[in-house]
Design a binder for this molecule. Structure first.
Ligand SMILES: *Cc1c(COP(=O)(O)O)cnc(C)c1O
Length: 326
């Protein structure tokens, strides 16, 4: 299983290629909770999300025999892989279906990747990834269930402990579990007494359902403000399920209203723009689902939100993406 040694090695490998982000104190949340609360400002990472750490580490570990890297991700992982490959000077093909909106396609293309549009679904895009691997010597870099990706994300745990050495609780957004798996491995391997809490949305909490079932399960996907937390953990999950089962102390689910409240608070009080996935830790502090018992660090994982949507949320509009989709 991935531990501090692999994560420390990843940190050396990616140094200078990703931003070393910092923890800022939050006076408003400190006053509210009665304990020092810190925000890890990882939404300020290059490409707007932490996924650059894992992608950069995975790309740096490739042998000379690879023809390039590929993935079927239109979100933060696709952006990260496009940037990491371009920075390393290796080809990158991001596969996506015809249904992906134009602005997402353009965003990834502008980061230096070739875009391949195939079929009508994520499954069709994944088939093209598999073909590139089989026929053209490409290497598939998945968004979370890969040791080098997990070790790259784990570098966040080392940084947080450096900045807040007396941390008692760390709040980490959770979807496929690469982020919290790596971060928790770094933290528990250094200071096992720190509480690591995973946060995700009520609408489609795949890891939580899998932990409860004792094995990976599928859940229904619904539109959510925390779109970067969507998707399953893979029925053949190899790494992140075990890491979460071993290291994560608790998982908390947030409603859409609570996530919107987190985005709003982070904008108004902290003056930061974050996406829904990044707001879950602050949302749980505001809602009282997490009650700090000492210094607490909440990880802001990404900033890639549609700015019109953000404007509506911070203006206090009652936004429900499920209602809008129907
Ligand atoms: C991918 C992502 C997450 C969740 O990471 P996992 O490794 O899938 O658990 C959280 N926040 C943002 C912004 C992301 O892009």
């Amino acid at each position: 299983m991935i531990g501090v040694a692999e994560i420390a090695a990843a940190r050396e490998r990616i140094a200078g290629r990703v931003r070393r982000t910092f923890c800022d104190p939050s006076p408003s949340l400190t006053e509210r909770t009665g304990h020092p609360v810190w925000l890890k400002l990882e939404h300020q990472q290059i490409t707007g999300a932490f996924k650059l750490r894992g992608a950069t580490n995975a790309v740096a570990r490739l042998g000379p025999e690879t023809g390039g890297v590929t993935a079927a991700s239109t979100g933060n992982h696709g952006r990260a892989l496009a940037h990491a490959a371009s920075a390393a000077g290796i080809p990158c093909i991001i596969c996506m279906s015809r249904l992906v909106p134009r602005n997402k396609v353009d965003a990834i293309r502008s980061l230096g990747a070739e875009i391949r549009i195939v079929g009508e679904s994520q499954d069709d895009a994944q088939e093209e990834v598999d073909r590139l691997v089989a026929d053209e010597d490409f290497t598939s870099i998945p968004p979370f269930d890969h040791p080098d990706v997990i070790a790259g994300q784990g570098t966040l745990g080392l940084e947080m402990l450096e900045d807040v050495p007396d941390a008692a609780t760390v709040l980490v957004p959770l979807s496929g579990g690469g982020l919290i798996g790596g971060t928790a491995a770094a933290i528990k391997g250094t200071r096992p007494e720190v509480r690591v809490v995973g946060l995700t949305m009520e609408r489609g909490a795949a890891m939580q359902a899998s932990l409860e079932a004792g094995h990976p399960v599928r859940v229904r996907e619904l539109p959510t403000l925390a779109d970067s937390l969507g998707g399953g953990i893979g029925l053949h999950n190899r790494h992140t399920f075990e890491l979460c089962r071993t290291h994560v102390d608790e998982v908390i689910l947030l409603s859409e209203e609570e996530i919107a409240g987190g985005i709003r608070h982070i904008y108004r009080e902290e003056r930061q723009v974050v996406e829904g996935a990044a707001a879950v830790g602050v949302a749980a502090l505001l809602g009282g689902q997490v009650r700090p018992e000492g210094p607490t660090v909440s990880l802001l994982s990404g900033a890639n939100i549609d700015m019109d949507l953000h404007a509506r949320i911070v203006a206090g509009e009652d936004v429900d993406l499920m209602r809008e989709a129907s």
